[in-house]
Write a protein that binds this ligand. Sequence first.
Ligand code: NAD
Ligand code: ZN
Length: 377
Amino acid sequence: MKALVYHGPRQVNVEEVPDPRIERPTDVLVKVTSTNICGSDLHMYEGRTDVERGKVLGHENLGEVVEVGAAVDRVKVGDRVCLPFNIGCGFCKNCERGFTGFCLSMNPGFAGAAYGYASMGPYNGGQAEYLRVPYGDFNCLRLPPDVAEKENDYVMLSDIWPTGYHATVLADVQPGESVVVYGAGPVGLMAAYSATLRGASKVILVDRRPDRLALGEKIGAIPIDDSQGSAVEQVLDLTGGEGADKGCECVGWQAHDPTGDEHPNMTMNDLVKAVRATGAIGVVGVFVPQDPGGPDTMAQQGRVAFDLGAFFQKGLRMGSGQANVKAYNRQLRDLIAAGRATPSFLVSHELPLTDAPQAYAHFDARDDGWTKVVLKP
Ligand code: NAD
Ligand code: ZN
């Protein structure tokens, strides 16, 4: 089959690889019909991780079941399914409690497994024609018949929408509250969208990309361009000097941050200043924790500036980590099915798999208008 293969920093290629097959009786094989490029793929693409050369990337996948193992008895051939990016076993201590992003058995020695990702187990990704799904009964979300018209909405259930939603859950966003979201990439836009769905009265979105801020404005957020002055001061102005009730970090480690490599960005310190005392912050931006052999900078160790003193003084709370996609994607799916949500507003480009290398380059460069790419193998 054809697949997008990682060969080294900024080197990806679409090429022939062996077809995946059913390896265990609990596996399901999916023919991929939509697969997104994610900001998380850029951590590998830019060379910040120890992802192995030869790996097929792609963790935001949707497709049709074409084969099931002998022990699969709920998912059927022909089902249209979306695959949460986390691969869970369904029976470890974390999966049982809904923390499928931290499954203890699919990736021994490291909590959490995913398709096509560094340090998240040996599983290939779905930027390919076919994908093997372990524990298929547990790891497939069945989709309703209107997937034919709403495929670009439903594919956002694999990661990016549940992740944005997770930021608002970690920040405990309540009806009527004000929320500041750092980052207007796909994750930040989905966090802003989710905050509105959860009843926020005011959503403030911080970035420096005018095209992305404009998209945020379209969904009702107040845009702040921090290249035009202090974002913190603007948030304080917009909240009567108190700060926003809640905050979401949706930036993570950025190669394009102009502030230099020792402190990749100051979003965490900014959030401590921009959120009111006793508020809460949800961190879903990824600060890659390993150094794959590059210079020993703080950034590559995943360390960022964070004023714990101010955090303590303000009595703030914080939650972080990979989204537990399964905890939300059924409910979010039903909002799409009911016509109450259209997360496909993010999609800027729909391209064949063969165009993936160019799409990676444009998305990585944050070229104007490249918000979210859906590949159609
Ligand atoms: P992205 O890189 O396209 O978006 C990041 C945005 O942040 C960009 O628009 C950029 O201009 C902006 N930005 C950069 N520095 C900033 C700063 N100092 N202040 C405000 N904005 C700034 O990627 P994305 O797909 O939106 O992903 C964002 C982060 O979320 C990444 O770190 C990604 O790895 C992570 N992520 C986490 C999970 C999870 O489960 N926790 C899942 C998916 C993605
Ligand atoms: Zn993703």
